[in-house]
Write a protein that binds this ligand. Structure first.
Ligand SMILES: [Ca+2]
Length: 325
């Protein structure tokens, strides 16, 4: 009841933080009595992180429950073991200017057990010189409501771009309904803080959901939080999403980071998307629609050492599970 009342005042993310803060405080007296310093320090660390997240939007370390895959059946996957994109599972992008770059199907390949979405500058392709990257999606080929969805990947480590594993539903573009009954945008993760001025942000990913399409003044979103992985630009991390009728729960490396309940839990089948986007506008990298440079959180792709390109978003697998009955 107490938390229900708070729900009218605070966002899901804020309530989650308050719950964790309360749990951490509850743990302190008994830890003091038994001198279990390690847990006390962990509690204090959690409090410091929560305050940092609440006051300064700093990223948090995942410290929730672990996913138990024994409770799930694998129903769909791509291990990327072939030598080309499996067109029975994925559709490549059509080729067009996207934000600060171009999405082009030539930027996708499969080799050595992984999907690679390549970002690089190309001088003379048909859509003009610029930064080329790509998208693949399961639209029309595989769509599912509910389950556990997981990607294992190495994010492209460069300023001014981000990789993502995200979902959309066909119905979310219809007239806004004030709920997520017809679906929403679900971001299992988005990287995109490599160039952040604040060093604490640089290993963070964003986990979020957005509702009622993209209608100005109507759509709304929940950036549930910024969470850290382990060396996300140098090694494989997993990013997961558990989803049932009542809640969606985000994970990093199998540990819960955040969850959302209520009317914004989507109830429609969604398709899966893997993409790399170049920050920018109308093919011009590094600036927003207002013409202001993206300096604070990730910078411009042109601020990187050119020697790091071509740069790949490397995806080891995507797996989708259903809960065992
Ligand atoms: Ca693989």
């Amino acid at each position: 009841m107490f938390w229900d009342t708070l729900g009218k005042l605070f966002s899901f993310r804020e309530i989650r933080m308050l719950q964790r803060l309360a749990d951490a405080f509850k743990a302190i007296p008994c830890q003091l009595l038994t001198f279990r310093c390690k847990q006390l320090l962990a509690g204090l660390l959690a409090i410091a992180e929560l305050l940092g997240a609440l006051l300064f939007s700093l990223p948090q370390t995942p410290r929730g429950q672990k996913i138990n895959l024994d409770e799930w059946d694998l129903v769909w996957s791509d291990e990327f073991d072939g030598d080309a994109l499996d067109r029975t599972k994925w559709s490549p992008t059509w080729n067009y200017v996207r934000r600060g770059g171009v999405w082009h199907s030539d930027q996708v390949s499969v080799s050595d057990g992984a999907l690679r979405i390549r970002t690089e500058y190309k001088a003379t392709p048909e859509l003009g010189p610029g930064w080329y990257s790509s998208l693949v999606e399961t639209k029309g080929l595989f769509e599912q409501a509910y389950g556990y969805f997981e990607v294992s990947c190495i994010c492209p480590g460069a300023n001014g771009l981000w990789a993502a594993f995200w979902f959309l539903s066909e119905g979310m573009f219809e007239t806004p309904t004030g709920s997520a009954a017809n679906g929403c945008e679900i971001d299992v993760f988005e990287s995109g803080f490599h160039g952040a001025k604040n060093k604490k942000m640089r290993q963070a990913v964003n986990q979020a959901a957005g509702f009622d399409g993209y209608t100005p003044g109507v759509s709304s979103g929940q950036i549930l939080g910024h969470y850290t992985g382990k060396n996300i630009y140098g090694q494989f991390n997993t990013y997961g999403l558990e989803w049932n009728e009542n809640e969606i729960i985000w994970y990093i490396n199998g540990v819960e980071t955040d969850r959302m309940t209520g009317k914004w839990v989507p109830q429609a089948a969604h398709y899966l998307i893997l993409s790399v986007e170049v920050a920018g506008n109308d093919g011009n990298p590094g600036i927003g629609g207002d013409g202001v440079p993206f300096e604070d959180y990730n910078g411009s792709i042109e601020s990187n050492d050119p020697a790091i390109f071509p740069l790949d978003f490397i995806v080891d697998y995507v797996r989708v599970y259903e809960k065992k009955p």
